[in-house]
Ligand binder design. Structure first.
Ligand SMILES: NC(=O)C1=CN([C@@H]2O[C@H](COP(=O)(O)OP(=O)(O)OC[C@H]3O[C@@H](n4cnc5c(N)ncnc54)[C@H](O)[C@@H]3O)[C@@H](O)[C@H]2O)C=CC1
Ligand SMILES: O=C(CO)COP(=O)(O)O
Length: 332
């Protein structure tokens, strides 16, 4: 039987690392890059110096800038920044049977999760979401991790995808909870910015752990409203990724928050950014959705204020001065 043809849409750090992971057992992988000089560099030097400088890429990875070529494949991992997922999928002349969304974020302007964006553009494709604790450079180096693979196409899609995606050191776990997988990855990026602020201000390990726990409560409240299962958010794509991202300067979101805590302004930090810190794009739309739905998300609201340029001391003081309340009712 011939192998399904596999590709990766987006050659940033994560798309390139996923291509490297897929190619690790000798399979051919087609990688779409938006930048023509990057296509050239990957094909001739087997490097991606702008986005993943640490990796020497497999010979089995071939880059292309042609979206029509990607449309002919059987399965695509979609790894563009969240705010560009709709436009890139929209430029494709057709879409493969399986689209596996790996971007983490919520679309600004519409408040849609990525699976809703993809479904609207590619109604005939089966949509899955891959999300979990996965720093790109570690996956590219072949270090082990595990991810949630949420299959909207249910068991039949899982049976198709699992053998294509699983590798010795890359373990997908099955669920059908697509919304849950997306909520986890989107919200944790915003919380990672908050944890970075705590680090930048030198507020200590206790404060960081408290913020992770209260942030997780916000994630659960938001997820519940969107129909996400609590068990999904307790898993790899929720708590797993939250713990990773809130504890390391390898995270762009955490590093952005740290710099804010150290006194840099959001405006200067966002200007001329080449790599994506998704939490900065997700925070305003997440905060807006929470307000519309009446969900208490004080940490997310605080990050929104910081990104708008409010003084960090003021924002943190206001968060700490909120009225005391029970830890466990579902609201607030
Ligand atoms: N880097 C990581 O460790 C991980 C990243 N992700 C997610 O993967 C997604 C992609 O992130 P990275 O690969 O890290 O990106 P990156 O920060 O390494 O690279 C930026 C990417 O944005 C693309 N880009 C810039 N402007 C664009 C436009 N107008 N239209 C389309 N694409 C444009 C660039 O071509 C490049 O591929 C994000 O949603 C991120 O949250 C998920 C897991 C791990
Ligand atoms: O999502 C990630 C790890 O799972 C990467 O986090 P950053 O985008 O904050 O670097």
């Amino acid at each position: 039987m011939t192998q399904p043809r596999t590709g990766v849409l987006g050659a940033g750090a994560w798309g390139t690392a996923l291509a490297q992971m897929l190619a690790s057992d000798g399979r051919d992988v087609l990688l779409w890059a938006r930048e023509s000089d990057l296509v050239e560099e990957i094909n001739t030097q087997h490097r991606n110096t702008p986005f993943l400088p640490s990796a020497v890429l497999s010979d089995n990875i071939r880059a292309t800038g042609d979206l029509a070529e990607m449309a002919e494949l059987d399965m695509l991992l979609v790894v563009t920044p969240a705010q560009h997922l709709g436009s890139v999928l929209g430029e494709m002349p057709a879409h493969p049977l399986d689209l596996v969304l790996c971007s983490k974020g919520i679309e600004r302007g519409t408040g849609r999760l990525m699976n809703e964006v993809a479904k609207a553009i590619a109604p005939d494709s089966a949509i899955a979401v891959l999300s979990g604790p996965t720093f790109a450079h570690e996956v590219a180096d072949g270090l082990p991790t595990a991810v949630t693979l949420a299959c909207g196409g249910k068991e039949a899609q899982w049976q198709r995808l699992a053998p294509q995606i699983a590798r010795k050191n890359f373990r997908p776990y099955y669920t059908t909870d697509v919304a849950g997988a997306e909520v986890g990855g989107s919200v944790k990026n915003v919380l990672a910015i908050a944890c970075g602020v705590v680090e930048g201000l030198g507020m200590g390990q206790n404060a960081r752990a408290a913020l992770i726990a209260r942030g997780y409560a916000e994630m659960l409240r938001f997820g519940e409203e969107l129909g996400a299962e609590r068990e999904t958010l307790a898993g790899l794509c929720g708590l797993g990724d939250l713990v990773l991202t809130c504890n390391s300067t390898s995270s762009r979101n955490f590093s952005l928050g740290k710099a804010l805590g150290e006194g840099r302004t959001a405006e200067e930090l966002m200007a001329d950014r080449k790599t994506v810190a998704e939490g900065a794009h997700t925070a305003p739309v997440l905060a807006e959705l929470a307000r519309d739905k009446g969900i208490a998300m004080p940490i997310v609201f605080a990050v929104e204020r910081l990104l708008e340029g409010d003084p960090v001391d003021e924002v943190v003081s206001a968060l700490l001065a909120r009225p005391l309340r029970a830890e466990n009712p579902p609201q607030d």
